[in-house]
Every structure is written in structure tokens, then in C-alpha cells.
Design a protein around this ligand. Structure first.
Ligand code: 3PG
Ligand code: MG
Length: 345
């Protein structure tokens, strides 16, 4: 897989797929801009190199229609705050006018395309739509790890028509997650919490192939039992032994988990252990975060809620890697690849 630095980009039009799909409130204010911030190194590098930078992303699930509240205007504004340069926004993401615009740009200028999912062809991975998008660039860079599990035109279609490579964020994500699943420094402790239990039993089985211990929260422990789900390596699972109401792990479990975490040389964490929206059910997750840092193990955490929580605790820099991906990260861990990075090979 080629990466950004493998390309001679000066003066070229570089079409960058980002994932600016960030949570917004009802007024359209950005609630968490972690994904935007993580893309800045790629964009800054391109500006510095004198590139015509064309950025594209989806936002939400407008399902092929224009939805006013899902225009990329808040993203445009936030990018301008961080980059301190003018960011123009196109009214659409394809068409003759926009192609002409891309050709008339000056090196160092930035153009943000409108929400890709306003066209149903994006999610259908329509060939013509991919070709239309490809007309906007000379080089395609994918820096959108968190949507790399989607078979969409801007992810897997465009690389068929342009020289393509990975941006700095995509490169960093793949490197960190590969370090977890391929030859981790042992012991590897995986901590699997959260609410979306449905997506997790496959993950537990996959991660058990490499992990030494898997610590799980109550929701997952109970569902495994209720549905009588047979795991491949049940002996590796450490279930909670006490609880705070029904929403958090209790003090005995915290001690048990801390003991395992302290032994680890590699740690992978996804999903809070309790219902962290409420402070009284956050202790298990706070103590877990602290124990991970104290262990000095190579640490990777991911999933929207978990990362937001770690950022809120001010522990962002203490982890080796915080993934911008939710579904994409789980798929990468489970399958060792995602369609988006495969398309770059
Ligand atoms: C995400 O937040 O999961 C990614 O941006 C992909 O969005 P999607 O789940 O709507 O495809
Ligand atoms: Mg998703």
C-alpha cells in the first residue's frame, strides 16, 4: 500500500477522502471533533507542499437526498479555525462546475465538497459516480479509516481510476491495530465493554485467537449467558464478579481487572464497562483507564464512546493510539483488513 509520502504531490490536485462524520447537536454544533483533528496532519502536509487540496466526506445518513441539516458547513468552519486558512465549500460533490473549480484552484487552496451521501450512488458504489469524483483529482488519498469498512464509491470506487494511497491517519490506524492482532507483545489483554453486544461475540472469538485474557462488562457477560453463546476460548474470558446496581462493575471486579491489566504488555480496549453517561456508573471505566496507563503496556482504545470518555478524562496523550473507528476498527480486528485499505493495494 502506497502512502502519502510516496507521491510527488506539488502543484497537483489531491482528492482526500476524510471521515468528518462527527456528532452534531440540534443546532448543528459539533459535539466532538476528534475525527477532524486527527485528519489535520495530512491536510497541513498537503498545504505545505503546495497542493490543490480537495476534501470530501459523508455526514450522517441522508440516504441519497439533500438534507439541509447535514450540509458540511460546520465542518468547513471548524477546519478554518484549526488551519487558519480559507476553506471553500462546493454546493455539491460532482459535476462540471466543480471539476472546473478544482482545475482553477491555486496551490495551497482548500475546497471541501458537499456531503457525499446526498447522492445515493455513493452507498451503491456506483461506477459512474466514482468516475465523476475521480475527475476532481490527480491523486486520491484515503484518510478515512473509520469508514473504510464501507463498500462505497468514495472508498473503493475511486482508487480504480486514480493513483491512490493512504493518508497519515489511515496509515497510523492500520499500524497500531496491526500491532494488536499480529504478534502482540504478550500478555495481550483485551477489554470489551459497551452496549452493542450483537457486534461483539465475533470480535471476542477473533481477539481470543491472539489475546491472553479478555475482560468483559456485565452487559456482555449476561448476554453471552442468556443466549447461550459458545465461545471458542471460554477459558480466556474474565467476567465481572460484582456490580454497582446493574450498570457498572463493582470494587472486587475493578481489583480483579486491575490485576490482569498490570500484567499486560499490550492492551486493546473498546466499550465502556458501565453506563458512563452517569457519573455514579463511571468508576469502573475510570479505574480501568488509569490502570491501563499505569501498566505502561502498548495501549490502543477505540469506539466513539470510549474515545470520547478518554478525551474527557484528559488522558488522550497517555494512550499509544486512540482509534477514530468504531465499526471499522472492530472489522479490522476481526478480519485483519478493511475494504478501504485493500482497495489501495
Ligand atoms: C461511522 O461513524 O461509523 C462512520 O463514519 C461510518 O458511518 P456509517 O456507520 O453511517 O456508515
Ligand atoms: Mg457506524
Amino acid at each position: 500500500m502506497r502512502t502519502l509520502k510516496d507521491f510527488e504531490v506539488k502543484g497537483k490536485r489531491v482528492l482526500v477522502r476524510c471521515d468528518f462524520n462527527v456528532p452534531l447537536d440540534k443546532e448543528g454544533n459539533i459535539l466532538d471533533d476528534f475525527r477532524i483533528k486527527q485528519t489535520l496532519p495530512t491536510i497541513e502536509y498537503l498545504i505545505e507542499k503546495g497542493v490543490k487540496v480537495i476534501l470530501m466526506s459523508h455526514l450522517g445518513r441522508p440516504e441519497g437526498k439533500v438534507v439541509e441539516s447535514l450540509r458540511l458547513t460546520p465542518i468547513q468552519n471548524r477546519l478554518m479555525e484549526y488551519l487558519d486558512v480559507q476553506v471553500s465549500k462546493a454546493p455539491d460533490c460532482v459535476g462540471e462546475e466543480i471539476e472546473k473549480w478544482s482545475r482553477e484552484m491555486q496551490p495551497g487552496e482548500i475546497l471541501l465538497l458537499e456531503n457525499l451521501r446526498f447522492h445515493k450512488e455513493e452507498a451503491e458504489n456506483n461506477e459512474n459516480f466514482a468516475k465523476e469524483l475521480a475527475k476532481l483529482g490527480d491523486i486520491y488519498i484515503n484518510d478515512a479509516f473509520s469508514v473504510c469498512h464501507r463498500n462505497h464509491a468514495s472508498i473503493v470506487g475511486i482508487p480504480k481510476y486514480l493513483p491512490s494511497g493512504a493518508g497519515f491517519l489511515l496509515e497510523k490506524e492500520i499500524k497500531a491495530l496491526s500491532q494488536i492482532i499480529k504478534n502482540p507483545k504478550r500478555p495481550l489483554v483485551a477489554i470489551i465493554g459497551g452496549k452493542k453486544v450483537k457486534t461483539k461475540s465475533k470480535l471476542i472469538d477473533k481477539i481470543s485467537e491472539v489475546a491472553d485474557f479478555i475482560l468483559i462488562n456485565w452487559l456482555i457477560a449476561e448476554e453471552l449467558k442468556e443466549k447461550n453463546i459458545q465461545l471458542k476460548y471460554p477459558q480466556k474470558i474474565i467476567s465481572p464478579v460484582d456490580k454497582i446496581d446493574t450498570f457498572d462493575i463493582g470494587p472486587k471486579t475493578i481489583d480483579l481487572f486491575k490485576e490482569k491489566i498490570a500484567l499486560a504488555n499490550t492492551i486493546f480496549w473498546v466499550g465502556p464497562l458501565g453506563q458512563i453517561e452517569e457519573e455514579k456508573f463511571s468508576k469502573g471505566s475510570i479505574e480501568t483507564a488509569k490502570a491501563i496507563i499505569e501498566s505502561r503496556a502498548f495501549s490502543v482504545a477505540g469506539g466513539g464512546e470510549t474515545v470520547k470518555f478518554i478525551n474527557k478524562l484528559g488522558l488522550t496523550e497517555e494512550f499509544n493510539h486512540l482509534s477514530t473507528g468504531g465499526g471499522a476498527m472492530l472489522d479490522f480486528i476481526a478480519d485483519g483488513k478493511v475494504v478501504g485499505s485493500e482497495a489501495l493495494k
